[in-house]
Design a protein around this ligand. Structure first.
Ligand SMILES: [Zn+2]
Length: 292
């Protein structure tokens, strides 16, 4: 049994999440274009090692390696029939290295499909895919469901509804914003206020944002979100802005710079913090140190 319910921990102190999974697996030899979620079955020890590094760095919560784990997304690689196994195994891998006081968040990411009229997907179809995935994650033993990197508020809402049907657990919903001269918006043009209002209507427990923005650009975002909701806020920025180098993309921000920004993000109102693209265990260690 968990010693303390997840939502109680948030009330007590700032909660630390993990950093990137994708970039860590690429560094461990995953070829770009390969399916990261397949490594839950083929190379579980590598995925488990990433989780272990984050827990040892001070993370209270790690995300399962299931970002692209809906049947819709896996279908594009002919792997829809492995949906249940991939998601259940992902939780098992994280659970094996999860300390008694820590948690495992079942990760739901975008399906890659757009909802009508921009795309050909129906809201119900996405909700059903998220329901299936969340069910597998909860059957595997996830403590909570974390919906992340959503570029479309509608898809995020479909994920929340699917997750709620799957079981009674804390739910995080995080959209991805771009910074524009007029403020922060999703790619679909939804404002911070629109996202927060929709998530409050759906009764999510924690409202968040992750990816695309670097830590510096999330300081103001934290303040804006805090002014719009009393719910706990999760922010997981990238390690600054990516720069092109040798045909690839790299992140140049240091862990110390990142952690200094995180300190300000917490002061501006975030209750839960972690990292996204370009971050690693050193970044989480640095966050844990500045929040001490
Ligand atoms: Zn990211």
């Amino acid at each position: 049994m968990r010693p303390k319910p997840f939502l109680d921990l948030i009330a007590e102190r700032t909660v630390i999440f993990d950093g990137a999974m994708g970039t860590m697996l690429l560094n461990a030899g995953l070829s770009s274009g390969a399916i990261p979620e397949l490594w839950n079955i083929e190379k579980p020890e590598v995925v488990q090692n990433v989780h272990r590094q984050y827990y040892e760095a001070g993370a209270d919560v790690v995300h399962t390696n299931t970002f692209g784990g809906t049947a819709i997304k896996l279908q594009q690689k002919g792997l829809a029939d492995k949906m249940g196994t991939i998601n259940k195994t992902a939780v098992t891998i994280a659970r094996r290295v999860c300390p008694d006081h820590a948690f495992v968040a079942g990760d739901l990411g975008p399906t890659g499909k757009m909802i009508k009229p921009l795309g050909d997907a129906e809201m119900d179809e996405l909700e059903a895919a998220f329901y299936q995935q969340a069910t597998a994650l909860l059957q595997g033993g996830a403590d909570l469901i974390s919906i992340e990197t959503m570029f479309s508020l509608q898809e995020a809402v479909a994920a929340v509804r699917g997750a709620k049907k799957a079981g009674n657990c804390p739910i995080i919903a995080a959209t991805t914003f771009n910074k524009t001269p007029n403020g922060y918006f999703t790619i679909m043009g939804e404002s911070v206020a629109q996202c927060i209002s929709a998530f409050e209507t759906e009764s999510v427990d924690i409202i968040g944002s992750n990816c695309t923005l670097g830590s510096r650009d999330m300081i103001d975002l934290a303040g804006e979100m805090r002014s719009l909701t009393t719910k706990p806020i999760l922010l997981q920025p990238n390690a600054g802005k990516p720069v092109q180098q040798n045909g690839g993309v790299i992140y140049k921000q240091t862990a110390a710079e990142f952690a200094d920004d995180i300190r300000q993000i917490v002061d501006a109102g975030a209750d839960l913090v972690g990292g996204c693209c370009g971050t690693n265990a050193d970044f989480i260690k640095a966050i844990a140190a500045v929040l001490e």
